[in-house]
Ligand binder design. Sequence first.
Ligand code: F6P
Ligand code: MN
Length: 324
Amino acid sequence: MRRISPVLQQDGVDPDLISLLKTILAACREIAFRVSQGELAGVLGSTLAENVQGETQKKLDVIANELLKEVILETGVVKAISSEEEDTIVPGNPRGRFLVTFDPLDGSSNTDINSLIGTIFSILPADANKEADDASQFLQAGTAQLAAGYVLYGPSTMLALTTGKGTRLYTLDKTYGGFLLTEEHATIPKYTAEFAINMSNQRYWQPAMQRYIADLLQGKEGPRGKNYNMRWIAAMVGDVHRVLCRGGIFAYPRDMKDPTKPDKLRLMYEANPMSFLVEQAGGASSTGYERIMDIVPTDIHQRVAVILGSKHEVETCVGYHKTN
Ligand code: F6P
Ligand code: MN
């Protein structure tokens, strides 16, 4: 089985980018170890602090964030980082060629129940004309991403990675200590009969989403003419991983449960990297109204509605959004 560097070299990826990716993965291996130690490592439970998104931080969130921040800035090739757990961007080397955004621990409410969690990251080009502490350098559309991936801390630790030449899956070999290529071309089937959505928010969705899900729930007897199955891991990284492995549609649509926060998922830390991975595996990703990777962010912590997965199913769902 092949290691990461030769695969990326074969794809013609910039050597500095390869070493940056390897550094991020080294931090993820450390996080994987701490996650696997669970209560033994004393990393479960909450801190007393709240992050910028108004959520209580788990100890593991903080640990993962600190680890990633430290090793990424040490590379010297990164001009600044932006993390879901940091209020503001953190400047690095003014001459760095890359910007890194990350969600250090996605699905962190799953930590206390020993369920799926992961780290999501994205790499953007740095603009030589901007200062390292200028947050506006991050406001690039998802189409500008040079690389994106996640590490899933599950029964095995897996990496999904794209540099724009397809999406590949790797598995951490704990005996040798590195990630080995286990799926060369992740391919999301165009059609599916599986959906993932938090149904408890149903009454707060917009009419288009209400109609789409109501039609799925009617199964064989309804307009879609087939029975659908439902899954919900409550960690985007776990739900997207299932979609990459066997297809499906994952949605976190806009809802009016808390009108001050109509969208849940973060564009730069979650939606963009996942959209890049999904599109590179033949799937689609939309807000219902536009392609996620075309959105030019106005704020680093911006949130967005997400509908992604099997192409035909996403297009069908988007179709419902054309009328109100
Ligand atoms: O990061 C936000 C997140 O934890 C996602 O990973 C996940 O898809 C979602 O929130 C879960 O939301 P809910 O708590 O509504 O199930
Ligand atoms: Mn998250």
